[in-house]
Write a protein that binds this ligand. Structure first.
Ligand code: MG
Length: 444
């Protein structure tokens, strides 16, 4: 099985950020609380506090008893979100980030060459080095590498702090046998009881269970998904109608609040989204464009089309949408966003008559490879020129708490909502409508 997934999990994240910012806290037991009162519970604990048994959920009064000298600090969410974005950007320079799992955990699917054992290990080391040099030595992480996300998660939980664990063919499934059932994602107290009742009292026995056994114990398809996860299969969750999207938004700095800079920024964001689409082995069947204007007015429109992962085809659809924007003199753009939707996994994709063919696929792959190898923006389509220094790429933040605190850089409201996706029309019908007199921009 090729190594498909790398998961980075930051150790004692909130406490580590505080120790990085405040050197006097390093090496001391630290607990983070949401508000400064003795009646609350810890939301995070530093390594030294954990050694005394303090963990997330421990009441403060109890924590002080367990751990004399405990330093209790009120959480600074804004700071943790800022660090999060910086850390994700640092990882992104080593390997494309596929999904942000939480504020202190990201998943990266390993493209092409990166899925070889030595290369995957080298990337993990590079991520750790980059973070130590650029964010600081307190921000340690545990990295897990495995044939799928389920096993990578298990691997990342195995050694803390500062772990690097790789599960590969020769080690699987034996390397899992010493774990307890509860160490596996998806097994909580209740599921453990059901497994014990069915005679599966060890991970070794669980690994020997059949798919049908697990379906029966879980009572449905989740059991089969667990089976696939445990056995290293790469499981693609079926895309729901409004579920998965890939989107980027950006608030324009004052000197770029004009149409040409907005256009260049959008091209850059679109090309980045297309690269992520290909890295996640998906196709998109919809594109949503959103603009915010001075005065807070938002305009957006969306089109659907035959599913593709080709940048040039996406640019073609994008240009159709761009032509529909309001262009009155007062329409000064202040924020831009693009979202790809109607995503479906490559293995569900059926080639069509309109497919662009091998040459275009090869071109996209070559551009992605150059950008991975030599740094992003090494090769871009011309439309993005003029925005390369201004469009830092961020991923969607819907799982990051307190995103409003992030300020300035991105704007979630510029990404497609389920309603936007539902209202999207086909690009093929719209091609005809472009010939008719230009409609007034209704939403504006
Ligand atoms: Mg963590």
């Amino acid at each position: 099985m090729p190594l498909h997934t790398l998961i980075v999990d930051f150790n004692s994240y909130f406490a580590s950020v505080e120790q990085q910012e405040r050197p006097e806290l390093r090496g001391r037991p630290v607990a983070i609380v949401p508000v400064m009162t003795e009646r609350t519970s810890c939301i995070a604990a530093s390594l030294d506090a954990k050694r005394h048994g303090v963990k997330t959920g421990t009441p403060v009064a109890e924590a002080r008893q367990m751990c004399p000298g405990l330093v209790v600090i009120e959480a600074r969410s804004e700071l943790y979100v800022q660090y999060h974005h910086r850390l994700v950007a640092m990882i992104e320079r080593c390997v494309p980030v596929t999904e942000v799992l939480s504020i202190d955990e990201v998943r990266c699917d390993l493209p092409g060459d990166f899925s070889r054992r030595e290369k995957a290990q080298a990337i993990a080391q590079q991520i750790k080095r980059t973070i130590t040099h650029e964010a600081g030595p307190c921000l340690t992480s545990s990295i897990g590498i495995a044939p799928n996300a389920f096993l990578a998660k298990v691997a990342s939980d195995l050694v803390k702090p500062d772990g690097l664990v790789l599960f590969d063919d020769p080690d699987l499934p034996g390397c899992l046998y010493e774990l307890s059932l509860r160490d596996l994602p998806g097994i909580g107290h209740n599921m453990e009881q059901r497994l014990l009742a069915a005679g599966f009292d060890s991970v070794e026995k669980l690994c020997a269970a059949s798919r049908a056994d697990l379906r029966r114990i879980w009572g449905g398809i989740e059991g089969e998904r667990f089976y696939d996860g445990l056995h290293g299969a790469v499981v693609y969750r079926p895309a729901t109608q409004t579920g998965s999207t890939i989107g980027h938004s950006h608030v324009l700095p004052p000197d770029m609040r004009n149409e040409s800079s907005a256009l260049a920024t959008l091209h850059r964001l679109l090309q980045k989204a297309a690269m992520r689409l290909r890295h996640s082995a998906s196709y998109a069947g919809g594109l949503h464009l959103s603009l915010r204007y001075v005065g807070r007015d938002r305009w957006s429109d969306a089109l659907t089309f035959l599913e593709t992962q080709d940048t040039r085809e996406l640019i073609r659809v994008f240009n159709q949408l761009w032509d529909r924007r309001p262009t009155s003199a007062r329409a000064q753009p202040i924020g831009v966003g693009v979202t790809l939707f109607h995503l479906s996994p490559a293995h569900n994709h059926t080639a069509t008559l309109f497919e662009t063919g091998d040459a275009r696929t090869g071109l996209n792959a070559a551009i992605d490879r150059l950008n991975r190898k030599l740094g992003k923006n090494t090769v871009v389509y011309g439309g993005a020129l003029g925005a390369l220094h201004y469009a830092p790429i961020r991923i969607a933040f819907n799982r990051i708490p307190d995103v409003a605190l992030e300020g300035g850089e991105t704007d979630d409201e510029l990404l497609a909502t389920p309603a936007d996706i539902q209202n999207a029309r086909s690009s093929r019908t719209s091609r005809a409508s472009l010939k008719s007199p230009r409609r007034q921009a209704g939403v504006f």
